[in-house]
Design a protein around this ligand. Structure first.
Ligand code: MN
Length: 326
């Protein structure tokens, strides 16, 4: 997915970990962002936002649907570039056709992880297929650490087996949870899992106390550490939790995506679809895309034009030092 803001600001993202002795949740509410196009499918974005820019290396969280594509026109994101990050596509419903400059032509389907590594530079297009009636899912980005941010393009596909725990079904697409471990390689320690909670149930999952976590609620209301999260809310939990208890008091199933990771200690600079470390990194990447350089390659098979980069912000941003830890 592309960041469709017409005047994206450069955004400095840095870790501000709230260490804990007992679980406490910051509830991060979503803002609506139109993806662009005449009928403009809208996504709900919870990362980055003013109150928080990173959870582990997770740096971008968009939640969308369930949308009837007859109303929204579905998803049609023309070829656009990425650098310094990985994209994670995870669907609950519908199907998206993915094409990238690595030459991968893939279909993103519910319950299947598609992880694209942008590294130094990749470009891709994403179009919901004619078979899709309801489009519903999440689009996530992972920041790459300094030593790997110029890595080569890559694409990994993985279908986790659902794991039964008492009161829930869990699909672990990255990292380890509930006895399941994803074989998919990441550049920093990460967790990504879909959790479906049965009606009127509570589950307790063992978690890595060195991780911070974010629980993105998709449907239903989920209680965690004294807060009741509603659909599209992202509940942030700091480090120090070796278990996490989730409660669904509703009469229907509730669903969430649990994200986690070791605190990402580097300060990054995000602009449009790029992650760098400096304003010059961003300028360089933008120029490469506008000049159709080999850095981002070419997407074959997409019908239509590539996305032009928006104008750069007028004021270059310089890196600041990290603020003191809370
Ligand atoms: Mn994208």
């Amino acid at each position: 997915m592309s960041n469709a803001e017409t005047e994206p600001a450069e955004l400095l993202c840095e870790t501000v970990v709230r260490p804990e002795s007992e679980p406490k949740v910051d509830v991060l509410a979503a803002r609506d962002v139109p993806l662009g196009g005449p009928r403009a499918m809208t996504v709900r974005r919870t990362l980055p936002q003013r109150a928080r820019t990173l959870i582990g290396a997770w740096c971008f969280v968009d939640h969308y649907g369930p949308d009837d594509v007859a109303d929204t026109g579905g998803m049609n994101v023309p070829p656009h570039p990425h650098t310094g990050l990985q994209t994670v596509s995870w669907l609950f419903s519908g199907e998206i056709e993915h094409r990238d400059s690595l030459g991968v032509h893939a279909f993103v389907r519910p319950g299947e992880l598609n992880l694209m590594t942008g590294g130094y530079g990749i470009s891709h297009s994403e179009v919901s297929t004619a078979r899709t009636t309801i489009l519903h899912g999440v689009q996530l980005w992972v920041a790459l650490p300094e030593e790997h941010r110029h890595t080569g393009r890559d694409f990994q596909h993985y279908v986790p087996d659902p794991v039964r725990v008492d009161g829930a079904e869990v699909r672990v697409f990255l990292g380890a949870l509930a006895g399941a471990t994803s074989p998919v390689r990441t550049f920093t320690p990460l967790l990504g899992a879909e959790i479906v909670l049965e009606p009127r149930s509570t589950i307790t999952l063992g978690t890595d106390a060195g991780f911070e976590h974010g629980l993105l609620v998709d449907q239903g209301s989920i209680g965690v550490a004294g807060a009741l999260l509603q659909p599209a809310d992202l509940g942030y939990l700091g480090t120090g939790n070796d278990t996490l208890s989730l409660t669904n008091e509703g009469d229907t199933a509730a669903r969430a995506v649990l994200l986690g990771g070791a605190p990402f200690e580097e300060q990054i600079l995000m602009w449009w679809n790029f992650i760098g470390r400096s304003h010059d990194d961003i300028v360089e990447a933008r120029e490469a895309w506008e000049n159709a350089s080999d850095r981002f390659g070419r997407v074959d098979g997409y019908v239509g034009d590539r996305l032009p980069a928006p104008a750069l912000p007028r004021t270059p941003i310089t890196l600041r030092r990290n603020p003191p830890r809370h």
